[in-house]
Design a protein around this ligand. Structure first.
Ligand code: SAM
Length: 325
C-alpha cells in the first residue's frame, strides 16, 4: 500500500502515542504543577458553544490569519506542488531551520487543523510528526488535510519519475511522501497525554500557551513545561510562541461579552488576577525550573502599519529553547 493510500484517522492519545492515558476528557486545573488525578473534562467534542473558541480552537484560523491562501492550497499543494513554495504562506516557517526538524521526531502541540504542522513536515522532511489538539472536529479536519497532502505528494512523486526530473527533485518528492506517511494527528489534551520520556527531538507549541494558562493556571503552564522537558530527548529543541499578556485580557473580555459564565467560573477567565506568571517570565521559568535554555528569538517582522488591526502572523515572536539537562 502506498503511503498516499494509507488510512488516515484521528486517533486517541492512548492508541496513537501507545499511552496508558485514561480517557482524556478533562479540564485540568493543576495549580500545584503536579500531575492531575482526573481528566474528566477538557477535550472539545462537537461544535464550540456560541462560537466562543475558549481554547483558541478557532475553526477558520488559517483562512483568517493567512487570507492570501485558502487552506486547501496551503495543505494540499494542489496548485503549487509539494516542494516548497506553499510553506512560505505562513511567515513563521521561514524563520525555522531545517536542522531542527529534518529526520527528527517531532511533536506539534495545539495543531488546530494541521496547516502549520503539514507545512513543517513537507518543508523539512521530518522523521515522524505527532500533532495533538483538544478539539475533535479540528483533528478530523487535520486528517482530511493530511490525506490530501499525501495524495498530492504521491502525484508529485509519480510525475517526478515520469518526467525524468533531476535526481534531487525525485529524492525530495520521495522524502515528502515518507515524512507524510509518518505523520499522525491525535485528539487529546496535551496535559493529559502520556508518552514515553525522551520521545521527541523537537516540540513546537505555537499560540497555545495562553489557552493552557487561562484554563489551568500558573500550575498548569508549569506542568506543561515539565511535560515538554520530559518528552524531549537531551539536546532537544522546544519552539514556543507565547501570546502576549494583553491578548489574555482581550480573550477574557470576549468570553465575558459572549456570556460564557461557566467558562469564566471554572477557569482563570474569571480570575485573571490570580495568575502571577506572565508570558515574559516563561523563558526564565523554562531555564531555571526545567533546564530549557533560551537559544534564540525568532521574530516575524512586518505587518500592518499604524493602529490597523493585525490579523496575520506578523509581529509575533517565537523562542527556541534547548534541553540542557
Ligand atoms: C490558536 S490555535 C494555534 C494553531 C497552531 N499551533 C498555529 O499556531 O498555527 C491554538 C490551538 O491549540 C489547541 N489547544 C489549546 N489547548 C490545548 C491543550 N491543552 N492540548 C491540546 N491542544 C490545545 C486549540 O484547540 C487550538 O486549535
Amino acid at each position: 500500500m502506498s503511503s498516499a493510500d494509507q488510512p488516515v484517522r484521528a486517533a486517541t492519545v492512548a492508541t496513537a502515542a501507545r499511552t496508558t492515558a485514561k480517557s482524556v476528557t478533562a479540564e485540568l486545573n493543576v495549580d500545584d504543577g503536579k500531575e492531575p488525578e482526573s481528566y474528566d473534562y477538557g477535550v472539545v467534542k462537537g461544535k464550540p458553544k456560541d462560537n466562543l473558541f475558549v481554547h483558541g480552537n478557532y475553526n477558520r484560523y488559517y483562512g483568517y490569519r493567512l487570507p492570501g491562501a485558502t487552506n486547501r492550497d496551503a495543505v494540499s499543494g494542489d496548485k503549487r506542488g509539494t516542494e516548497g513554495e506553499d510553506e512560505d504562506e505562513d511567515p513563521r516557517i521561514g524563520l525555522l531551520e531545517k536542522g531542527w526538524f529534518h529526520k527528527k521526531r517531532c511533536l506539534d502541540v495545539g495543531c488546530n487543523e494541521g496547516v502549520m504542522t503539514l507545512g513543517l513536515v513537507k518543508k523539512f522532511k521530518t522523521e515522524t510528526m505527532m500533532a495533538i489538539d483538544l478539539d475533535e472536529s479540528l483533528v478530523k479536519r487535520a486528517c482530511v488535510n493530511l490525506r490530501k497532502a499525501r495524495s498530492a505528494a504521491a502525484a508529485e512523486h509519480a510525475a517526478s519519475q515520469q518526467a525524468q526530473q533531476h535526481p534531487k527533485r525525485r529524492k525530495l518528492a520521495k522524502q515528502t511522501m515518507k515524512s507524510l506517511s509518518q505523520t499522525w494527528f491525535v485528539h487529546g489534551n496535551v496535559l493529559a497525554s502520556k508518552v514515553e520520556p525522551n520521545s521527541f527531538d523537537c516540540i513546537t507549541a505555537l499560540s497555545v500557551t495562553k489557552w493552557i494558562h487561562l484554563h489551568s493556571g500558573d500550575g498548569g503552564i508549569r506542568y506543561f513545561f515539565s511535560k515538554v522537558r520530559d518528552l524531549l530527548a537531551p539536546g532537544g529543541k522546544f519552539i514556543c510562541e507565547p501570546q502576549e499578556w494583553r491578548s489574555y485580557k482581550s480573550a477574557v473580555a470576549k468570553v465575558k461579552r459572549g456570556g460564557a459564565g461557566a467558562v469564566a467560573d471554572t477557569s482563570y477567565f474569571g480570575r485573571l488576577h490570580e495568575l502571577t506568571l506572565r508570558p515574559e517570565d516563561f523563558a526564565d521559568v523554562l531555564a531555571n525550573e526545567f533546564g530549557l535554555r533560551l537559544s534564540r528569538e525568532l521574530r516575524v517582522a512586518g505587518g500592518s502599519e499604524g493602529k490597523k488591526k493585525k490579523r496575520g502572523f506578523e509581529d509575533r515572536t517565537m523562542y527556541l529553547f534547548v534541553k540542557t539537562r
